[in-house]
Design a protein around this ligand. Structure first.
Ligand SMILES: CC(C)(COP(=O)(O)OP(=O)(O)OC[C@H]1O[C@@H](n2cnc3c(N)ncnc32)[C@H](O)[C@@H]1OP(=O)(O)O)[C@@H](O)C(=O)NCCC(=O)NCCS
Length: 207
């Protein structure tokens, strides 16, 4: 795994486009986002929250919120998708992913604000997560969702994921994809920076 520079998280930010051309920034969450992230979770419809967290909850429990905010702890990461509204950066989505070195895989969950669902942001964010997974050197990316979550299943199908039973829970389905990233295909800052640091490490070995 290529180490991230956790003291400078801004460099791993990416710009994506929604279907209507709106610019979406994807960046690691920061401590200053704590309250807005919680407000974002509260503002999701109960159905979206249920689908995202696989159960009923009105907000993130305090300990979970702290885990979300602490990027990189236990190889777990949170990104937020934001847009500018009247000059203010506003969270319209989030994703949390974990790198499992032992299986060379990245596991993730994500949500898009109800107001912004259907604009292609989930699809763009998913592609961005694949690129972030590639930057770890992961071979596989996967998530689990409720069998009733036709939207997530539709998004995964459209993004070429395959489906299996989730181990241990018949209510869930696992969607997964092998990662074959060509640098020019799905660029993201994490991948570029990982590639640069690998090249630097190789050339220092060559001396
Ligand atoms: C699932 C979710 C992330 C999708 O994000 P989104 O931004 O609305 O999705 P997109 O607009 O990018 O849609 C991408 C594709 O998903 C599929 N899709 C979107 N809405 C759909 C729906 N209502 N039914 C079936 N498929 C749907 C389509 O294939 C769509 O591609 P298309 O528009 O080219 O046809 C979003 O609905 C969400 O946050 N839901 C609540 C939380 C959740 O379920 N998280 C998943 C837990 S892992």
């Amino acid at each position: 795994m290529t180490a991230l520079h956790l003291d400078d998280l801004k460099q791993y930010s990416d710009l994506l486009r929604a279907k209507d051309g709106s610019e979406i920034k994807v960046r690691f969450v920061e401590p200053r986002d704590r309250e807005e992230l919680q407000n974002y979770i509260r503002s999701l419809s109960s159905g979206s929250r249920y689908n995202r967290f696989l159960g009923a909850l009105s907000e993130l429990p305090k300990t979970e919120l702290e885990r979300f905010i602490h990027v990189g702890e236990a190889d777990r990461f949170t990104v937020v998708a934001t847009i500018m509204v009247d000059g203010f950066e506003t969270i319209v989505g989030e994703a949390r992913y974990a790198f499992h070195a032992e299986t060379s895989s990245v596991e993730f969950g994500l949500s898009i604000s109800d107001r912004w669902q259907g604009y292609g942001i989930g699809k763009a964010l998913l592609k961005n997560l694949e690129c972030r997974a590639a930057s770890f050197g992961a071979a596989r990316i996967f998530g689990d969702t409720l069998r009733s979550n036709t939207t997530m299943i539709g998004l995964a199908r459209k993004s070429d994921y395959s489906f299996t039973n989730s181990p241990g829970d018949w209510k869930l389905v696992r969607f997964e994809k092998q990662i074959h990233v060509e640098p020019q295909d799905i660029p993201c800052a994490s991948w570029r920076l990982a590639a640069i640091s690998r090249t630097a490490a190789m050339s220092s070995l060559a001396v």
